[in-house]
Design a protein around this ligand. Structure first.
Ligand SMILES: *Cc1c(COP(=O)(O)O)cnc(C)c1O
Length: 391
């Protein structure tokens, strides 16, 4: 298999090298408060068979990957939900079962391997929480130094997780967007490889592995629909990338319809899909992992949605809390609010979906990552009991 970079905007191709993060020509037109210009995609060419191994479709050689079991997450067949909702071919991909309990491990795993291949021992990033704790955990397995910029509002569990893994954490008095700017300034001054989402092309490329797994877990089939939640839009592009790779290799016969679900209070991609423009507005949602003012991968994500007739919809925080508790109680899968957002989007569209279609919902993070928010979706009794007669 051969790999190179191709600019998602101008189609210029480049050799893969660690200093190159975005297309220099397009990055010249970068405007403030706008998504990244010149996001690079990995392009692959060669031959593969339907029983391919995921590692063979990735642009870093296998020995460089850290010793931590990322990916190969289970694809659930939620029996009760299938019956309740009337969808016999409903599946949930449980990416909260990754080593650091979120989907972000897929990106961290490839970035770590890429850095190792180029003898770079420090990785720097900004995160709303999951990318940081993920990179910290994967970096711990690899023996790499991880420097993380985290907004002070990040859920406590994610901060503690990153510290447990031994990352250097700078808590930022500001938003994720402020943390992003600080992390870029740090890499410029002190070096290290940036793992900022969308900026490092390996983030999108690593996330494609979920599609390769889903294809194989379904017995060599592309689902009709994939529901996922969107903040920066990298999971969105990663999922497309995986199916597009399979299609271009002649393995898959189509690309699924992807539905990107955003929180009403953080809906930059949704608004751009209506107006054609990204506008920076302050964001607020209980789904902290998808709360971003400027979706870093916005241009690329929007372009993919338009090319493949994907959809972007929004749900309210109340919908998310309801969906989270329903998913937990009906299936046994407890996912964090940003994970439940995808399920909430599916529920909101049920009337418009053919009930025989094959539908995959990505549950992107474990519910234990943010229990204070999940607590709002259940009632915790103030009464404590001492005897069975108190019941
Ligand atoms: C990061 C994240 C998302 C959204 O991914 P983007 O690439 O930012 O769109 C969704 N769910 C969880 C749990 C996440 O951590």
């Amino acid at each position: 298999m051969n790999f190179n970079y191709v600019c998602s905007e101008c189609s210029q191709t480049y050799d893969i090298r660690p200093e190159l993060m975005v297309c220099p020509a397009c990055a010249d037109h970068q405007e403030k408060d706008q998504p990244l210009r010149g996001v690079l995609e990995v392009e692959l060419s060669g031959k593969a068979l339907p029983d391919f191994e995921t590692f063979d479709l990735l642009p870093v050689d296998r020995p460089f990957f850290p010793p931590i079991p990322v990916g190969n997450t289970p694809l659930w067949e939620p029996r009760n939900l299938r019956t309740e909702l009337g969808f016999d071919n409903l599946y949930i991909k449980d990416d909260g079962s990754n080593p650091t309990s979120s989907f972000k491990d897929r990106a961290s795993f490839l970035v770590s391997a890429f850095a190792a291949q180029h003898y770079i021992n420090e990785i720097v990033l900004a995160s709303t929480g999951n990318a940081g704790s993920s990179m910290a955990g994967v970096g711990a397995a690899a023996g790499q130094k991880i420097t993380l910029f985290l907004p002070k509002t990040a859920p406590k569990a994610k901060l503690i997780q990153a510290l447990q893994y031994g990352a250097t954490v700078y808590r930022v008095d500001g938003t994720y967007d402020d943390a992003f700017d600080l992390s870029m300034a740090y890499s410029r001054r002190f070096g290290g490889m940036s793992r900022n989402t969308a900026y490092n092309p390996m983030t999108i490329e690593g996330k494609k592995t979920v599609s390769l797994e889903v294809y194989q877990q379904l017995g060599g089939k592309v689902p009709d629909w994939v529901f996922l939640s969107t903040g920066d839009g990298c999971i969105l592009s990663g999922v497309y990338k995986g199916f597009r790779d399979l299609f271009s290799l002649g393995i898959a016969d189509k690309v699924p319809t992807i539905v990107s679900v955003q929180a009403e209070g953080s809906d930059a991609l949704f608004r751009a899909s209506q107006t054609g423009k990204f506008e920076r507005l302050p964001t607020q949602s209980i789904a902290d992992s998808i709360c971003v003012d400027v979706p870093r991968n916005g241009f690329h994500a929007l372009h993919q949605l338009q090319t493949y007739q994907g959809q972007v919809i929004t749900v309210s925080d109340d919908d998310i809390l309801t969906a989270q508790a329903r998913l937990s109680a009906s299936s046994g899968l407890f996912t964090e609010p940003a994970g439940a957002t995808a399920f909430a989007g599916f529920v909101s569209m049920i009337d418009r979906l053919p009930s025989k279609d094959c539908i995959v919902i990505l549950a992107t993070g474990n519910g234990l990552k943010d229990t204070p928010t999940a607590g709002q979706g259940v009632s915790v009794s103030e009464n404590v009991i001492t005897s069975i007669d108190d019941i």
